[in-house]
Design a protein around this ligand. Structure first.
Ligand code: GZL
Length: 333
């Protein structure tokens, strides 16, 4: 904890004067080896509310945040919301109570954040959005967004299909495993993919349902798709984990993934890249979870009152089967 945040100026001046007096008396006693005032441990405290632990991507994202906080000398208060918005709101309120210096979080869904974000703003605690965004009209409720362009990930997936689908012999039936209902990645990947495939009327989404970004969800929904649709040519899964779960259902139905059903996913975590290299997936649009270092740099800047860009997008690429074989040995996550 670095500083007690007082909402009013006079109290802040009094607190500052008390701190100055305390520091000067301490150094007068010669304990300069403490390297500063006894009242200030010098560490920035960051409160982070994580979505949960639903996927390989999320695990890699959590590791990146924890490791980067340690490397940056930032005291991290970390909360896992188990994919529940009410848990994230509770965690943010706890961080406010604890008077952390900065709050960061990955909002599980886009809506319903204005009230708690206003509480953080009124408490004078800056907020950073990482990974997923919110639909708040009031952009002053957070300092910046750090993460991916999900619409682009969906669009790149659709553009690959446009370039590689065999649509000369009639309609190509697509089933879509959506991410968590109401989440920015699910909304935006769906939008980008649909916009891209509109270029070819033979590409038809015949079923689209949420698998909640989990392997179990992907398997369960894919089983339903296979029962309800006699002809499935393509699966577009909003993340690798749902695609990996769907592999089990496809194989159990006696079909060959990557051949009978073309599979396109997003993320490019190690297990997904292995499936791609093995020919079970056909294309992956990367979504980087390695946001930790940039987040810690941003936390220090907003805490120091420095201006930061409103939106910072991560560098990402895409992978074919051949590119996955080449990239796998060096994958960090
Ligand atoms: C995307 C992230 C998504 C991943 C999923 O930035 O929010 O959530 O694509 C994860 O794997 O569950």
């Amino acid at each position: 904890m670095r500083k007690m945040r007082s909402p009013s100026a006079p109290w802040r001046a009094a607190a500052l004067l008390a701190t100055v007096l305390l520091v000067s008396s301490a150094t007068a006693c010669g304990n300069s080896d403490t390297g500063g005032s006894a009242a200030d441990d010098g560490k920035l405290t960051l409160g982070f509310s994580q979505v949960g632990a639903e996927s390989g991507w999320r695990t890699a994202n959590t590791i990146s945040i924890k490791d980067s906080a340690a490397a940056a000398g930032i005291e991290l208060k970390f909360d896992d919301a188990q994919q529940k918005q009410e848990n994230q709101i509770k965690a943010i309120r706890n961080f406010i109570q604890q008077k952390v210096d900065v709050i960061a979080f990955s909002p599980v869904v886009e809506s319903g954040w204005d009230t708690v974000l206003k509480e953080a703003k009124d408490a004078g605690i800056p907020v950073i959005l990482t990974d997923r965004s919110v639909d708040s009209a009031d952009k002053s409720l957070y300092k910046t967004f750090l993460g991916s362009d999900f619409v682009k990930e969906g669009r790149l997936s659709g553009e690959w299909l446009i370039a590689n689908a065999k649509t000369t012999s009639g309609p190509v039936n697509i089933v879509e495993l959506q991410g968590t209902t109401g989440s920015a990645p699910a909304n935006d990947r769906k939008k980008g993919f649909a916009e891209a495939i509109a270029a070819n009327p033979n590409l038809k989404i015949v079923a689209s349902q949420s698998g909640d970004f989990t392997r179990a969800g992907g398997k369960q929904v894919m089983e339903q798709f296979l029962k309800a649709n006699t002809k499935i040519d393509v699966l577009f899964a909003h993340n690798d984990d749902m695609g990996l779960g769907a592999l089990e259902a496809i194989t159990a139905a006696g079909k060959v993934p990557g051949k009978d059903i073309t599979i396109i996913t997003v993320d490019a975590v190690k297990d997904g890249m292995q499936a791609l290299a093995d020919g079970k997936f056909n294309f992956i649009a990367e979504c980087s979870p390695l946001l930790g270092p940039q987040l810690m740099d941003l936390a220090k800047k907003v805490d120091a009152g420095q201006e930061v860009p409103a939106r910072i997008e991560t560098e990402e690429t895409t992978f074919t089967q051949a590119q996955a074989k080449e990239a796998l040995p060096n994958r960090k996550y």
